[in-house]
Design a protein around this ligand. Sequence first.
Ligand SMILES: NC(=O)c1ccc[n+]([C@@H]2O[C@H](COP(=O)([O-])OP(=O)(O)OC[C@H]3O[C@@H](n4cnc5c(N)ncnc54)[C@H](O)[C@@H]3O)[C@@H](O)[C@H]2O)c1
Length: 266
Amino acid sequence: MIKQNGTYLVMGLLDTESIAYSIGKTIQKWGGTVIYTAQNERFKRLLLDPSLKDLPEEERRKIRVEFCDVTIEDDLKNLFANIGTLDGIVHSIAYCNPKTCLGDEFHTDAVDDIKLGFHISCASLGSVVRYAYPKMPNGGSVVTLTFDSRHAYAYYNWMSVNKAALEALVRGLARRHGKDYIRVNAVSAGPLVTKAASKIPGFGHLSETWNLISPIPWDANEDRQAVADAVVYLLGEYSKKITGQTLFVDGGASIVGGAIMDHERA
Ligand SMILES: NC(=O)c1ccc[n+]([C@@H]2O[C@H](COP(=O)([O-])OP(=O)(O)OC[C@H]3O[C@@H](n4cnc5c(N)ncnc54)[C@H](O)[C@@H]3O)[C@@H](O)[C@H]2O)c1
């Protein structure tokens, strides 16, 4: 499926609930080597702190975690200076100030927050690929994580705008890097309980919405593995002519008009 003994950089590990963690575990299950990144040194220390017992002890000893704040050019430079050839990259990173860019009211005058949210959640994919592509001389695959930006969901406001831009960026990067045999795609996941999700005001409403609109039942606590499996598919050989796409792994919710009726339920 993926390249045996290939090396994959998985960016955006906060804790074991992170989608990045499930993706990393799945890459390892299929025979790949994983280098994770955390946002900064403090988050890396917390992740590896034995007293917090988030990571199993055996894994803590083996795991490779670097740190990189994607808004800091020197962090990006150092990260890529310290790693060798890569076969693929996962960008599982997003942030918007929940007080200004998410929530009950769409309108905000917090333009700096809008810019920061865009930088972290969208433009950073471009920065990562700019540093990463010389590390993939034999081609490779880049996958980012998005959330359905074709519909306007309550509370998701400016993050939805960032996700739409991220999907456009995926297409632009796919076009630019075809000649390098580097593919760039996005996986659009249904709602999953993670730290980032817990910062979205009204996240519970999104999970409830999925109960109403998803033809295949969706479990916001359990379905991260389905998302990780699709990411690994896009990283690997079986998707070798797929690039510039957004693959929905959301139980089908994004194609439904109206709600699922009782007679349609599993
Ligand atoms: N959880 C969901 O419901 C859901 C659904 C669809 C898509 N996604 C997307 O999946 C991705 C991963 O999110 P998650 O749900 O696993 O949450 P998470 O909180 O575990 O991961 C988000 C990561 O982004 C990192 N990050 C934020 N600012 C950063 C910066 N400046 N530099 C580097 N890293 C930074 C955080 O440290 C964290 O590791 C995000 O792009 C998110 O939008 C999540």
